[in-house]
Ligand binder design. Sequence first.
Ligand code: FAD
Length: 286
Amino acid sequence: MTKIGELLGRGATYSVEFMPPRSDEMLRQLEKTIRELQPLTPSFCSVTYGAGGSTRERTAEAVSYIHHDTPLLAMPHLTCVGQTRDEIEGLVCHYAGDGIENLLALAGDPPKDGPVTGDFRYAVELIELARTVGDFSIGVSAFPEVHPMSPDRDTDRARLADKLAQADFGITQFFWNADHYFRMIDELDAIGCTTPVIPSLFPILNVATAQRFTATNGAEWPSWLQDRFDVVGDDQEDVRRAGVEIACEIGSALLGQGVPGLHIYSMNRSASVQEIWASLGLGSRP
Ligand code: FAD
């Protein structure tokens, strides 16, 4: 029995995020990456979920693989927008029956065109449903630079605090300046919210992809970051190394001021995660 909320009560967690594979080749790549990352003994591994349930089976399969075929602790992401209560309840029951004890409960993005369909709008509704199904430790998202759909900062923080009050922990969207994280924590603290929120690191593998994700999240792409990549040029390995360096700088600033853990986006590749782990000494921390 391992609940992430309880792990966080005992000390910092260091975790890795995977994406569900879309083909047999991607499945083999994911299995290889997981084998390579296993010696790092991450506290838990999460698997993302496609918007509107588009990866329902593939996420569940990847979670089942990690849970049954490796010694690692698996946590599925689950979004609820665009899906029916029966669909979501069925999946949550499946996870409970399979022995999964941790869930990342998300709203997911509404479709870009067309009305929002389905029985859910917000992540809190999914938390309520999951609590009726099983004894899960439930995580939720947090956006240090404010969720792009929030009307203003204060409203974002008030709703985030309400959501964290019903959850066991949070995990942030990635950001390029550690101050964004600490400002959010101070703001949550000021309104009485003390649920642990784990910051995320995104080691860049491709600059255009990172810029696109940053824009989607409504986050800042700072000029110093662009300057770093302007110097690096187009070589993939040079870009990857710069991505690791930058993630280590942000990770080091976070660890230096005290954080409940670090969550690292792997993009299903091991090298950057291994290098960040070694450079920040994650394996050797108490
Ligand atoms: P919510 O917490 O529900 O918030 C969404 C917006 O609604 C916010 O602006 C909030 O302020 C507002 N809101 C909340 N409650 C109310 C209310 N009662 N009334 C009015 N407004 C309200 N997406 C995926 O598709 N798959 C993934 O696997 C995935 N993993 C993620 C992992 C992390 C760590 C993070 C940070 C994000 C992830 N996302 C994922 C993205 C996420 O699904 C989107 O950002 C989505 O737009 C919002 O989901 P949420 O859970 O943050 O929503």
